[in-house]
Design a protein around this ligand. Structure first.
Ligand code: HEM
Length: 728
């Protein structure tokens, strides 16, 4: 019979309802064990005896019941029918957006009591360890699509607080394409594969997306983020998260302040490059999912600090953008990000479907002390997520183990498909006398959620505030804030995408209604790579704007805006989790191999020995060395750096097409390359010219090369290398 999980004990007390652990349980279950123990009550280990779903032991699960060994299958075979019909129903609809994702469990802890800002318990009690479940995702692709598409990444955090579940459903970019939720179906229809042929998968590089955005100038700022390397994260652990909208924090005295939520990765913000990302999509389309899973399994727990940007109510109108406009950031230089707590992801899900697939996020899952603003995108999301969960997971989605809160749930909602809770008693209405008036509204003293009493008074209209009409200043600010190579990558990305667009009119409008309003240098660079003529709208060459919404005046001062915090051109302070390839073979220098591996492992990097075949090779001392990957299975794109030790293997590698390609490709993607001793012959065989003179290419005896390699890995990449002419 299936056994209950032995990994974590059941909650110590029986539940007061089938839906959640009791309040008393929760008090003793603070921290990561709280949700782990809660899930354990529904987690089973593989059993010894095979049974059907009614618990009856099955004698033969491999032969259907037949009329004779060669005869027809009998209707009577209840086990065959149960097994196959269950299989036939195994899928639920994939998410309409963010279908591709991966998730992990963890914990959040605030550094200090923030009760001056909020009454939210998870932000006021530094001793509390709030369990979290975080799902990262791409937006456009289907559930089976590649992790490394150029796309926004979802960063959805479910916090199981003592006062109920809070979902901070954010992205890895702080702004969005549109200002009003009513446009969301249009945006998604435009970016998803085109409806006639369902092409292309997980890509914005096609006509319908660029057609839509060319007519939607409010998307300009978000397009800059999407075309930047932020859309190509190296790892989920190396990307920022943002709540995007302006929210409110409300303290116990009822005072409200505006807040933007940030997640700052401890490993820093690091990205792939586009050619590399495309190749990874073929070589390992699970690249990010695998990275997250393996990192947690080896104890390299992804971590972020929660950051808050606080704006006093009285300062609501002091900015030259509207705080309610989700296409705008508050530059960190204007309002610093205060780091208030830490989130650590420390446990992989046991079951992808039960946890990662069935987790149901909703911006409306909120707790006392946090509240909404009138951001029209947020307002629409508040409607959309509950609706989509009812359709995708079902009306009792909140009862599922991964979704249920840790504190008790009591209300008069009843029944519906797949109800788990067995509600006792005859009363399922309010008000009632027969149930003693229970469950009753929480008295104020019980920390009930009370909406912030914002005064609202306005005519019923379909219109946007004029304060939402400057679509370009912050796009220009983003461009100005980038380093030279980041700007080059952005221009290359626009060019790549527009070169995929067939319709000349669409290409023309993107250039002449979007790019020219962002930065001349950007427009010129894209024009040179796409052949699209720069002919600014409103000039005699191009008099008619096509956008139905005003594109807004280009503020003269925008050309001077800059927010250096936006650039990722900063060295890191750890190489933890970076994956380094050591190219070896028979006779590889034993001492050098050990020295480089030990030094990298001491920095918590991941080291893999690659050789012509899997199994083992003999090093120069005749000792067997385990090969982690055969050369044909090891693409340079899945590594952060490459090392070539000396020994007899070096000369053989210098004649190997795979090895030469490996090094050239790593070079092209800006990765550190180190050769120790005779290992330099492979570099000479590559098109690296004077290898030692190139940035991030290190040649030396072991100690020098190893120190140089670690220093180069802290730089992450060397994106200024000349790569024209590199054959990879
Ligand atoms: C700032 C803008 C937005 C952000 C940051 C955002 C973020 C996310 C994230 C992270 C997910 C994936 C949740 C998961 O991992 O399960 C998601 C899913 C989804 N979003 Fe959004 N979204 C935004 C705008 C919108 C808007 C405007 C709508 C609709 C009006 C919308 C509708 C949906 C829907 C329907 C899902 C699928 C949910 C599911 O099936 O679980 N989103 N969004």
């Amino acid at each position: 019979m299936p056994k209950k999980s032995s990994r974590a004990a059941r909650p110590p007390k029986a539940r007061t309802s089938g839906q959640s652990a009791s309040a008393a349980d929760n008090k003793s279950l603070h921290g990561e064990t709280g949700k782990t123990a809660d899930l354990a009550s529904d987690t089973v280990e593989p059993g010894e005896v095979l049974t059907g779903n009614q618990g009856v032991a099955i004698s033969d699960d491999q032969n259907s019941l037949r009329a004779g060994p060669r005869g027809p299958t009998l209707m009577e075979d209840f086990h065959l029918r149960e097994k196959i019909t269950h299989f036939d129903h195994e899928r639920i609809p994939e998410r309409i957006v963010h279908a591709r994702g991966a998730a992990a469990h963890g914990v959040f802890q605030v550094y200090e009591d923030l009760s001056d800002l909020t009454m939210a318990g998870l932000l006021t009690d530094p001793s509390r360890r709030t369990p979290v479940f975080v799902r990262f995702s791409t937006v456009a692709g289907s559930r089976g699509s590649t992790d490394c598409a150029r796309d926004v990444r979802g960063f959805a955090v479910k916090l199981y607080t003592d006062e109920g579940v809070w979902d901070l459903v954010g992205n890895n970019m702080p702004v969005f394409f549109i200002q009003d939720a009513i446009k969301f179906p249009d945006l998604i229809h435009a970016v998803k594969p085109e409806p006639n042929n369902e092409i292309p998968q997980a890509a914005s590089a096609h006509d319908t997306f660029w057609d839509f955005v060319s007519l939607t100038p409010e998307s300009a700022h978000m397009l800059m983020w999407l075309m930047s390397d932020r859309a190509l994260p190296r790892s989920f652990a190396m990307m920022e998260g943002f709540g995007v909208h302006t929210f409110r924090l409300v303290n116990a005295a009822g005072k409200s302040r505006f807040v933007k939520f940030h997640w700052k990765p401890i490993k820093g913000v690091k990205s792939l490059v586009w050619d590399e990302a495309q190749k990874i999509s073929g070589k390992d389309s699970d690249f990010h999912r695998r990275d997250l899973f393996e990192a947690i399994e080896r104890g390299d727990y992804p971590e972020w600090e929660l950051g808050l940007q606080i704006v006093e109510e009285k300062d609501e109108f002091k900015f030259d953008f509207d705080l309610l406009d989700p296409t705008k950031i508050i530059p960190e230089e204007l309002v610093p990000v205060r780091r208030v707590g830490r989130m650590t992801l420390n446990r992989n899900p046991d079951n992808f479907f039960a946890e990662t697939e069935q987790v149901a996020f909703h911006t409306g899952h909120i707790v006392p002390g946090i509240d909404f603003t009138n951001d029209p995108l947020l307002q629409g999301r508040l409607f959309s997520y509950i609706d989509t969960q009812l359709r995708r997971v079902g009306p009792n989605f909140a009862e599922l183990p991964i979704n249920r809160p840790l504190n008790p749930v009591h209300n008069n909602q009843r029944d519906a498909m797949a109800r788990v809770t067995i509600n006792k008693g005859r009363v399922s209405y309010f008000p009632n006398r027969l149930g003693g008036g229970c469950p009753m509204h929480s008295p104020e003293a019980a920390d009930a959620f009370v909406s912030y009493a914002e005064k609202v008074d306005g005519a019923k209209i379909r219109a946007r505030s004029d304060s939402f009409s400057d679509h370009f200043s912050q796009a220009t600010q983003f461009w100005n804030s980038m380093s030279d190579w980041e700007q080059e990558h952005i221009a290359d990305a626009f060019s790549f995408e527009l070169n995929q667009v067939e319709n000349e009119e669409v290409r023309h409008h993107v250039m002449n209604e979007l790019l020219v309003n962002i930065a001349d240098a950007l427009a010129q660079a894209v024009s040179a790579q796409t052949g699209i003529r720069v002919a600014r709208v409103g000039t005699s060459k191009n008099p008619t704007p096509s956008a139905p919404t005003p594109s807004g005046p280009l503020r003269a001062e925008a050309k001077d805006l800059s927010s250096p915090a936006l650039s990722q051109d900063k060295p890191g302070d750890t190489i933890k989790g970076r994956r380094i390839a050591i190219l070896g073979g028979e006779g590889v220098d034993a001492k050098q191999l050990k020295a480089v591996a030990d030094a990298l492992l001491a920095e918590d990097a991941v080291v893999e020995l690659i050789a012509a075949h899997a199994g083992t090779i003999a090093d120069s001392a005749g000792k067997a060395q385990k090969v982690n990957r055969a050369a044909a299975n090891a693409a340079s794109v899945i590594y952060d750096a490459v090392v070539v030790p000396g020994g007899a293997s070096a000369a053989a590698l210098a004649k190997s097409g795979l090895a030469i390609h490996f090094v050239n490709e790593a070079y092209r993607h800006g990765k550190p390359i180190a050769a120790i001793g005779e290992g330099s012959v492979l570099l000479e065989a590559c098109s690296l010219g004077e290898a030692g003179a190139k940035e991030g290419v290190i040649i030396g005896g072991d100690a020098k090369a190893i120190d140089g390699l670690i220093a180069a890995l802290l730089q992450h990449r060397f994106p200024r290398r000349p790569i024209k002419g590199v054959p990879a």
